[in-house]
Design a protein around this ligand. Structure first.
Ligand SMILES: [Zn+2]
Ligand SMILES: [Zn+2]
Length: 310
């Protein structure tokens, strides 16, 4: 039996949240993606979009009357503010029923737990990270790790592919990791989530390379959906006296080049610049569809179905 496999965009904005009349269509919350396969919930990044997701997860959990733990896997691309600032306001963080599995990169020599703890430390925030009731398993991961999740058990298992032969079942969910170095100053992780022969690749806070990011092209090959940074357009990227070259973000042309070389089926653009209005994003959306037909500028609340519910 194939389970439903879908992606929900909870925050598609880069840098900082932008509430207001110009962001009502595409949304103003910072990066957060939910990937759900059956009852398994995998979250990538904890920008302010995670706050609405947390409210939904909490409501669903109590409505279900479940006596099982609420198992959540949370992957971090990197630890910049716009990818972590929603975590202190994520309701499941405070529930004793929540069994968290956090995974993310080493940051300037600091293990993941150190960086997360620092983000919630009095006097900057009233509640100490470890005083919340949830159970937290926090693991710093490397590119040679993969994460295997049995959809029936929901608990992720970390495998070092250099030391262990990967033995998963056909029905398992596999998360693989690619490190990218184009984002200052510590790089980011790109994640690929595969289930039942289909995959989604999440790749934000990256700047394109000449001839395309060849490592990413290989990593994303044949994906059903590639979600790629396109914070700027060409004018913003090159505007003097403050060009955005080297800021570690892409323009749509860079994402399209990767999507074409990797022969992905669909391309979602994300991490929209805070200054980009709904009107501008709608214009870019129709403009770039001419270059890659199945491209779309991701909107907050949008759901992309990879395997339909039977
Ligand atoms: Zn960012
Ligand atoms: Zn960043």
């Amino acid at each position: 039996m194939k389970r439903e496999f879908k992606v929900t965009f909870w925050g598609v904005r880069g840098s900082h949240p932008v509430p207001g009349k110009n962001t009502q269509i595409f949304g103003g919350n910072t990066t957060c993606l939910e990937v759900s396969i059956g009852k398994v919930i995998i979250i990538i990044d904890a920008g302010t979009g995670i706050i609405n997701l947390g409210n939904r997860i909490t409501t669903d959990y109590f409505a279900s009357g479940s006596k099982e733990p609420l198992v959540l896997t949370l992957l971090f691309s990197h630890l910049h503010h716009d990818h972590t600032q929603g975590l202190p306001f994520f309701t499941p963080f405070y529930l004793g029923q929540t069994n968290f599995h956090f995974f993310g990169p080493l940051n300037f020599g600091n293990e993941l737990h150190r960086v997360l703890e620092q983000s919630m430390t009095p006097p900057n925030f009233p509640i100490d990270f470890h005083l919340s009731n949830s159970v937290k398993n926090i693991t710093t991961i490397k590119e040679n790790n993969i994460i295997i999740i049995d959809p029936d058990k929901k608990i992720p298992r970390l495998v070092n592919t250099h030391l262990e032969k990967v033995e998963g079942k056909d029905t398992d969910i596999i998360v693989s990791i690619m490190s990218g170095f184009s984002h200052p100053a510590n790089g980011i992780y790109v994640y690929k989530i595969e289930y039942s022969g289909k995959s989604v690749v999440f790749c934000t806070d990256v700047e394109g390379f000449m001839f395309g990011d060849v490592k990413l092209v290989q990593f994303a090959r044949g994906a059903e959906l590639l979600i790629h940074d396109a914070q700027y357009n060409k004018e913003q990227y090159t505007a003097m006296p403050t060009p955005r070259q080297g800021f570690g973000h892409s323009i749509p042309e860079m994402a399209i080049e990767v999507a074409q070389l990797a022969e992905v089926k669909n391309l979602a653009l994300t991490h929209h610049d805070p200054s980009s209005t709904d009107t501008q994003l709608m214009k870019y959306d129709s403009q770039y569809k001419k270059k890659f037909e199945s491209l779309f500028y991701a909107r907050e609340g949008q759901i992309f179905q990879i395997i339909q519910d039977k």
